[in-house]
Ligand binder design. Structure first.
Ligand SMILES: [Zn+2]
Length: 309
């Protein structure tokens, strides 16, 4: 999802959409994760573009669903640092501090923690240039997921004063618990009238090499504010990097299958047959997915039918 989640040192790419977003004032900061080996070359390279790199001392392991676990000091070179790049060093530092507070806060077990998490999402979403409508939609899905897990755990007689957004797998699963990402995607799809390929930004398909200008999940896949942001970045790319512009314009038009855990898979093709999608995935896998039975009703699994405009 992010550059640097693997072991290889990611290349500095001065023309990437995050850097262009900062240059154009569409974002005030850029968050990513980097291995230790990348910190020095990245810090040096971005200084030439007047961007300051702030990195966490601690390293983290990226767990299921993008959650971060701090690594012990003796973990060698494993893991990644949390990194924020910004033209304003103090602002970058403040964003990183907020990110670190959020990681250590973990999942909400009371109202105060939940409110603090929502405030963090809103402050950081603004810093990273995410439209407020999309940040609010994600926060709503997060709150519903937390409440749903409290209710589910209460019904099972479990202690609800423990983390409620971790998937520990030691208790019966709520069949309609899709996680906050999954619920946010399902709701965004249910709100959508027209699947705009410029907004095909979904978890699992983000990062420096992703075929999308966006780094947030839109509130709907025809969100006007997200479309304006994507268009501003695409118009800039058309002037500065024609090849990348063509790749981003064309590469987005692929259908996406989202499974019951909210994980997104880019499909090779999808064909409508009666009231079901027949979806072909890489490595000759096939799945059949029901179409939305009723507009406005979120469901998983689902197909996001992005195609050429
Ligand atoms: Zn939106």
């Amino acid at each position: 999802m992010q550059p640097g989640s693997g072991a290889a040192t990611p290349q500095v790419d001065a023309a990437c959409v995050e850097a262009r977003g900062l240059a154009l004032g569409l974002r005030r900061a850029w968050r990513l994760r980097l291995p230790s080996s990348a910190l020095k070359p990245w810090r040096t390279a971005w200084r030439r573009s007047d961007l300051h790199l702030c990195a966490s001392q601690a390293r983290f392991q990226v767990a299921q669903g993008g959650r971060l676990r701090a690594l012990a000091d003796g973990a060698g070179e494993a893991g990644v640092h949390l990194v924020v790049l910004s033209p304003d060093r103090e602002f970058g530092r403040a964003c990183l501090a907020e990110e670190l507070r959020n990681v250590t806060r973990g999942a909400a077990t009371d109202r105060g923690q939940l409110y603090a998490t929502l405030e963090t999402h809103r402050r950081l979403g603004f810093a990273y240039g995410y439209p407020a409508c999309c940040v609010d939609a994600f926060c709503d899905a997060h709150v519903e997921t937390v409440l749903r897990r409290h209710v589910w755990r209460s019904a099972l007689g479990h202690d609800t004063n423990t983390a409620v957004v971790s998937d520990d797998g030691h208790e019966p699963e709520d069949p309609v618990d899709w996680g906050d990402n999954g619920l946010a995607i399902a709701r965004a799809a249910a709100r959508t009238d027209h699947f705009d390929p410029r907004l095909a930004a979904i978890p699992g398909a983000l990062g420096a090499s992703a075929a999308s200008t966006l780094r947030h999940l839109p509130c709907r896949f025809d969100c006007t504010a997200s479309r304006d942001l994507a268009e501003a970045l695409l118009a800039d790319l058309a002037l500065t990097d024609g090849r990348r512009h063509r790749r981003l314009r064309g590469g987005l038009a692929r259908p996406v299958w989202v499974d019951t855990r909210g994980h997104a898979h880019i499909a090779t093709s999808a064909h409508l047959s009666g009231d079901r999608w027949h979806v072909v995935l890489p490595r000759a896998r096939h799945v059949d997915v029901a179409c939305q039975p009723r507009p406005g009703r979120p469901q998983l699994p689902l197909l996001l039918p992005f195609h050429e405009a």
